[in-house]
Design a protein around this ligand. Structure first.
Ligand code: T46
Length: 140
């Protein structure tokens, strides 16, 4: 069952998990387990403990973040409220939609953040300035 984390539609998603004596398998199908067609996949790893990643929003991009190994925290903000989610399970994803500021920190050793994205990489879609993000969130 999807659990809302922000009013803008960002939410935690539960994925299928098939476990037998050989271990576990989770699969994700675009538009089925993830609410968009997947155009891009990337992963973030080898992050030193004291480093922060993200610190931006996207104007028009949906993404799902999954801790496929280890754990990390994601602080998210839709311009009205801010919350922190800990991702630590390969069968759970954090769906980020709308204009959502994100900061990822406290990566554990060997943490891997898999990201599924609704579109190709576009530097122009990034909002790096927090004041600009707040201004945009008031008009959207
Ligand atoms: C996001 C969070 C969760 C590419 O060339 N192609 C890509 O698809 C991506 C994602 C990045 N890059 C380049 C751009 C930078 O030169 O890789 C470098 C590092 O990217 P960035 O500093 O944006 O990484 P993070 O971890 O701060 O942010 C990333 C995503 O960029 C962003 O969309 O939401 O992960």
């Amino acid at each position: 069952m999807a659990e809302p984390v922000l009013d803008n539609g960002s939410q935690l998603l539960d994925f299928p998990k098939l476990t037998d004596e050989r271990g576990s398998l989770t699969f994700l199908e675009g538009s089925e387990h993830v609410p968009f067609d997947i155009r891009r996949v990337y992963y973030i790893y080898d992050v030193p403990k004291n480093q922060t990643r993200g610190e931006h929003a996207h104007e028009d991009l949906d993404q799902v973040l999954v801790a496929v190994s280890g754990q990390f925290k994601v602080e998210i903000d839709d311009g009205r409220s801010r919350t922190t989610v800990t991702l630590d399970s390969p069968d759970e994803g954090l769906y980020l939609t709308g204009l959502t500021w994100r900061e990822m920190r406290a990566f554990s050793e060997h943490a891997v953040c898999l990201v599924l994205a609704s579109d190709y990489y576009d530097e122009d879609d990034y909002v790096h300035n927090y004041e600009e993000f707040q201004r945009l969130s008031r008009v959207k």
